[in-house]
Ligand binder design. Structure first.
Ligand code: FE
Ligand code: FE
Ligand code: ZN
Length: 277
């Protein structure tokens, strides 16, 4: 089954997102747990969650993906910002247990001049303070483009974080095609090689989700600007290979392309037409 969805607004709740996803041909979706710049999350609506869980089951939905706010920086030099990251992720993961067994993705962080090593240490420390044995959500580290002082643009950095986390069975990786392209992994010319490298360094079993985005910038530009599928430097042929790759084709794919709902519907239709069951 092709698991495909896109980023949706969470403002009207889970059931609304489920129906919206279905209306554009999707069978999963991604959403922000709260305003992407941070702030308070909406209160949990038990009735909405109950009806969503039924809807998702009836419609054979794949796992959904919650995205942490961009402002969450576990390795800031500022203790107040690190505390915000801790409190936000802790609260997000508590809330995710109302929709058990799904995925939660976050940007590892920016070390803001403290160095990659220090960044890795602080990110792992936060995870060790948050993860609990009973957590049913898988927490995903997103592959980054390497903009500024971002941690996680190299597979080795993600692996180093995972290795320092006690309950590392709770962790996985979300691979963003725009980010890895911009980060210098050649998913266009050498997809097999990139996945071999991923397997060698991190272990392919950790790969739990794909952010499927084209890139406005060339290979290894370290920029991170998403483009519509087929309109960027990755191109449609590469996406056809990506969604059909034996090591990727059963994972959930999430579009984060610059689109409104109708644009997403078209991209989903296009990708479905290229997917070989
Ligand atoms: Fe992201
Ligand atoms: Fe992404
Ligand atoms: Zn991005």
């Amino acid at each position: 089954m092709f698991k495909i969805g896109c980023h949706l607004s969470a403002s009207k709740g889970f059931t609304h997102m489920g129906k919206e996803a279905k209306s554009i041909g999707a069978n999963t979706f991604q959403f922000f747990t709260r305003n992407p710049r941070g702030g308070k999350a909406k209160p949990i609506d038990e009735a909405d969650i109950k009806s969503f869980l039924e809807f998702a089951k009836e419609n054979n939905f794949a796992k959904i993906l919650a995205h942490a706010p961009y402002t969450l920086n576990a390795c800031s030099a500022d203790a107040g910002i690190r505390e915000f990251a801790y409190n936000t992720m802790k609260d997000d993961l508590m809330r995710m247990e109302h929709v058990p067994g799904n995925l939660y993705n976050f940007h590892p962080g920016s070390h803001v001049g403290q160095g990659i090593e220090k960044g890795i240490e602080l990110i792992a420390e936060m995870l060790n303070n948050i993860l609990t044995p009973d957590l049913t959500t898988t927490v995903l580290l997103e592959t980054m483009a390497g903009k500024g002082s971002e941690v996680g643009s190299k597979f080795e950095e993600l692996k180093a974080i995972i290795d320092r986390v006690e309950l590392s069975d709770k962790l996985g990786v979300c691979l963003d095609t725009c980010h890895v392209n911009d980060g210098g992994y050649d998913v266009v010319g050498n997809l097999d090689g990139v996945l071999e490298e991923f397997d060698k360094v991190i272990g392919i079993k950790r790969l739990c989700a794909i952010h499927i985005n084209d890139s406005k910038n060339p290979f290894a530009s370290h920029k991170d600007r998403h483009e519509k599928i087929g309109d960027g430097s990755i191109g449609l042929d590469a996406f056809e290979r990506i969604i059909n790759h034996p090591q990727l084709k059963d994972l959930p794919f999430f579009l984060e392309t610059p689109n409104e709902l109708d644009g997403y519907a078209k991209e989903i239709e296009l990708l479905k037409s290229l997917y070989k069951n």
